[in-house]
Ligand binder design. Structure first.
Ligand code: KG4
Ligand code: ZN
Length: 345
């Protein structure tokens, strides 16, 4: 193993064990050199939370606690390595649910002490971006990143592996949150994104919903006005006893979100004169969004990257990748690492 490590020079054959427990997925993964997934075990709690229409934090923490040791063991076994061959533990430190995050962090601390290996806390949103390094072996910054998850929406310039400049973020609801809230108001299940996408496939864009902050040069997002417009539409139609076509409503809503995201993102690429765009986060799994961005990117000569579906939503491989790059750039944590439920990018 090369010992040399300074900015830009990375150790090879370096194994990172990633641990993710920020929301409703318990996940552990072994990743080689920040790029190659040797295992990626995910235990989803979605079926439990579905009954309540959203994630119940107390239940999430308990379920992480029950699952985490077995998931970590499975990730190490499936990778075909011995625990003491792990070089680094990378764990999500935030943002997320405080109790859920604590489970992952405590497991990482225990392993770090037991194996005498370094550990590093990772920003979950940075992890989402790094999911792309696992899918595209040659991808390197600089690029423009659009991160669209359940709790956050970021438009940023990724200058280097650990250097980000956030250019726009949401003022209120995140993109994924708006999918979840609108799905709930339509009586569709949790999580709302895939349900809206399914309904929208059968629908037509028949309703004009408002788009927020669309002036050129404005890279902030706001999706709560759109959510309210959907609710108002539902109430008005119900009062007038008109038929509501859920599929058309879902399609109109989805198009509005996708068009807003695409408009701002491609404007930014133009303004910065950049031609590389990287999508990430759960909403990047949306096929209408992928199609729209593919068309726009092709028309404008932009190189577009997005992870496979399995790496869009929460997983520990992306945390291992982000941890690897942080560690190789000199970041270190120890047993005093805390959780940061409201951590920003
Ligand atoms: O990134 P993620 O797995 O977790 C967070 O870090 O929040 O994102 C989850 C979010 C949820 O809001 C979910 O509704 C949304 O991603 N999502 C989708 C799709 N799949 C997941 N939104 C739109 N279309 C999808 N196919
Ligand atoms: Zn996430």
């Amino acid at each position: 193993m090369p010992i040399l490590c300074r900015k830009g020079v990375y150790m090879s054959d370096f194994l990172t064990l990633g641990i993710e427990s920020s929301c409703d997925e318990t996940s552990a993964s072994v990743v080689r050199d920040g790029r190659e997934i040797l295992s990626n075990i995910i235990s989803s709690q979605i079926n439990t939370h579905k009954k309540y229409g959203g994630v119940v934090p107390e239940i999430a923490s308990r379920m992480h606690l029950e699952a985490i040791n077995a998931i970590i063991k499975e990730a190490i076994d499936e990778a075909g390595v011995k625990a003491d061959a792990i070089d680094l533990l990378a764990v999500t430190k935030g943002p997320g649910l405080v109790g859920a995050l604590l489970v992952g962090i405590s497991a990482a601390k225990a392993l770090s002490l037991a194996l005498n290996k370094p550990m590093i806390g990772v920003n979950h949103m940075e992890g989402h971006i790094c999911a792309n390094y696992l899918a595209y072996q040659d991808l390197r910054p600089p690029f423009i990143g659009l991160v669209v998850s359940g709790g956050h929406t970021y438009l940023c310039e990724v200058k280097d592996f650990v250097e980000y400049e956030v250019i726009g973020r949401t003022r209120d609801d995140a993109a994924g949150e708006s999918f979840d809230k609108v799905a709930r108001s339509l009586g569709l299940g949790y999580p709302g994104g895939p349900e809206i996408e399914k309904a929208a496939r059968k629908g037509k864009h028949t309703i004009d919903f408002p788009k927020s902050m669309m002036e050129k040069g404005n890279y902030e997002f706001s999706f709560s006005g759109l959510k309210t417009a959907v609710l108002n539409y539902l109430n008005t139609e119900k009062m007038a006893k008109r038929e509501i076509i859920i599929e058309d409503l879902a399609r109109s809503f989805q198009d509005t979100v996708v068009e807003t995201l695409s408009f701002k993102t491609f404007n930014l690429l133009e303004e910065k004169n950049m031609n590389k765009l990287v999508l990430s986060g759960g909403v990047a799994a949306n096929s209408a969004l992928r199609e729209k961005f593919e068309i726009e990117a092709k028309n404008r000569g932009i190189n577009l990257y997005f992870p496979p579906l399995s790496l869009c939503t929460d997983n520990a491989s992306m945390i291992a990748s982000a941890g690897y790059y942080r560690y190789m750039n000199g970041a270190r944590d120890d047993a005093y690492l805390k959780v940061y439920p409201n951590l920003e990018l």
